[in-house]
Design a protein around this ligand. Structure first.
Ligand code: PHE
Length: 570
């Protein structure tokens, strides 16, 4: 049988779904597979063989008589099959071999590659590719029914046909223009019945159809014509890559697997001298560590902490989520009727509702009370009745400045004042409306410096130094208000990505009404600033919704896969 004829015959048979085969298929299969080399480039035959073969392998064959050309025993690895076959034949064409043996070509290529990766040259493999033209659906319809131009030409009778009638045929537009260019038809525009089309030649041959048939049967077709057919989208190239495999310089049917480990035994019996060892793969990625992972917030916190420590700051103890109004507000000269002390802004604790009055330093408490009520230290105070019951209320701290207040009070109790630089990074809680960027809890980063004769210039200077360590050099300050600082400044930085100034923090010099009742010496000033940890973290890790960062919707893979944080250093 002529390979091309068989190829053509099989090209029109859809055997992929529901192809049931008969004894004649099997007979043909036996004949073809015996002389498979003849069919090497007949893609349809190869596909058909591989299909039949897969059915035989699945044991769906009506008879078991059919034997394969190369017997593959069950459980034998593909690379072993390749080596065994090479010991008997000179060359393996991966495409043919896969078809012959009902193997998945990709898997066979995988086995070839794994043999190639061995340190010894067991095999040589040369990559080849065949590019065949396959008919598109339109191309196939041309083969079945003729080209549009030929169909149109055939519809024109000896006496001509009205153009508008002719144009009602399917694909008439393309067909008409092609037939006109080919000189098959003429049109009489002034005909009495209206524009009429006549045959210009008596006979026409459907060359396009013939060429497509030739391509289908793998016959040679002129390259320029092929390009025309391709342009008309009647054919597409199908490239198949395959390997020609031959014996290598160290060919052997026994694969000697290189050792992965040098063992004590090998050293003792000297067998290491004969063995080959697997090379180190320095590019291999390390196995993922099955340990805990730092959450992005904690990674960024680590970096901020490092910056503070670099600048000589010491960390304040922040392990006190439950505070009382006294340290969170009163000590900070925040009046008791201030809206921030409302249940809308602050979470109040119901059990225990109050802090024991004995736990609040009595002397200092008296001073705070009188400063709120009547002022002092050059201040007029707020002129209202300060109530200890309000100060005793337990709350979730609304800012880490409560921690700063406790630490400054402690500092004031020392016999002799010594300057300090302190920082904290921890959680605070606010009873806020939740949205994509706000939760009821977040982290604050706070720094403070207490020393004699500090000025606003010092604050601005240290803010520049601090933000420079984060890679932020352009700063602007805007006057602001905090009950506990005067002056106060909001900090803005220029965001090159957003091309605008964005608020990045808040700062100020603590008021004398806050510091002097504590017992801090008169000539000591405290400069301080605060920012959120969430904002730089979300920017750094490209997270847009806070719920992806904290809460039950957090994807643990996000936590495990995110790299460590390195804020720009100077
Ligand atoms: N506590 C302020 C806030 O919650 C931040 C701040 C800290 C402001 C220190 C001034 C000084 O926004």
């Amino acid at each position: 049988m002529d390979p091309n004829d068989l190829n053509h015959y099989l090209s029109s048979r859809s055997y992929i779904c529901g192809y049931s085969y008969s004894y004649s298929d099997l007979t043909l299969y036996k004949r073809v597979s015996c002389s498979i080399h003849k069919y090497g480039r007949c893609t349809h035959v190869l596909r058909w063989i591989s299909h039949i073969r897969s059915l035989i392998m699945k044991d769906k064959c009506p008879t078991k008589e059919v034997s394969s050309t190369c017997f593959i025993s069950e459980g034998m690895s593909l690379d072993q099959v390749i080596l065994n076959t090479l010991s008997e034949q000179k060359e393996i064409d991966s495409l043919i071999f896969a078809s012959e043996n009902g193997l998945d070509h990709q898997k066979l290529v995988g086995a070839i590659k794994s043999l190639l990766s061995l340190p010894k040259e067991y095999i040589k493999a040369e990559q080849k590719q065949i590019s065949v033209w396959e008919l598109t659906d339109e191309g196939k319809s041309f083969v079945a029914n003729g080209s549009y131009e030929f169909v149109l030409y055939s519809a024109v009778t000896k006496d001509g046909i009205l153009q508008k009638e002719l144009m009602k045929m399917p694909n008439a537009k393309i067909g008409f223009s092609k037939a006109m260019t080919l000189g098959w038809l003429v049109i009489d525009k002034k005909h009495e019945d209206g524009p009429t089309v006549f045959r210009k030649v008596d006979d026409a041959t459907d060359v396009v159809k013939t060429m497509l048939e030739d391509i289908n049967t793998q016959k040679k077709v002129d390259e320029k014509k092929i390009q025309d057919l391709k342009k008309r989208k009647l054919i597409t190239p199908v490239v198949t890559k395959f390997y020609l495999v031959t014996k290598g310089t160290s060919f052997n049917t026994q694969i000697e697997r290189p050792e992965a480990d040098l063992t004590a035994d090998m050293l003792q019996d000297g067998s290491w001298k004969e063995k080959s060892f697997k090379e180190y793969n320095f590019k291999a990625k390390g196995a993922p560590i099955t340990s805990g992972y730092l959450h992005p917030l904690l990674k960024v916190r680590t970096e901020y902490r490092r910056i503070f420590l670099d600048m000589g700051f010491s960390e304040m103890p922040t392990n006190k989520f439950v505070e009382n109004g006294f340290w969170n507000f009163d000590a900070l000269f925040q009046p008791q009727q201030h809206p921030a002390r409302d249940a809308h802004d602050t979470f109040f604790i119901s059990n225990p509702e109050m802090t024991d009055a004995s736990k609040l330093p009595a002397d200092y408490l008296e001073k705070v009370k009188s400063t709120h009520e009547n002022g002092g230290y050059g201040s007029t105070g707020y002129n209202y009745d300060w109530k200890i019951s309000e100060a005793q209320k337990n709350i979730l701290r609304t800012h880490t400045t409560a921690v700063s207040a406790r630490m400054l009070y402690k500092l004031a109790q020392q016999e002799e004042f010594r300057p300090v630089k302190m920082f904290s990074i921890d959680r605070v809680f606010r009873n806020e409306t939740l949205d994509a960027t706000h939760l009821a809890e977040f982290h604050q980063i706070e720094g403070l410096v207490a020393d004699r004769n500090l000025t606003l210039g010092h604050l601005i200077g240290i803010l520049y130094a601090f933000f420079k360590k984060l890679g932020i050099e352009k700063l602007k300050f805007k006057p602001a208000y905090n009950p506990y600082t005067e002056p106060s400044m909001e900090i803005f930085s220029y965001h090159p990505g957003l091309k605008k100034w964005v608020e990045i923090g808040n700062s100020g010099m603590f008021r004398p009404e806050m510091l002097l009742p504590m017992g801090i010496p008169k000539d000591v000033n405290v400069i301080a600033w605060g920012l959120s940890l969430e904002r730089p973290t979300m920017i750094k890790y490209g997270i847009n919704n806070i719920r992806e960062l904290i809460g039950h919707k957090v994807n643990l893979n996000m936590v495990q896969e995110n790299p460590i944080c390195r804020l720009n250093k100077v």
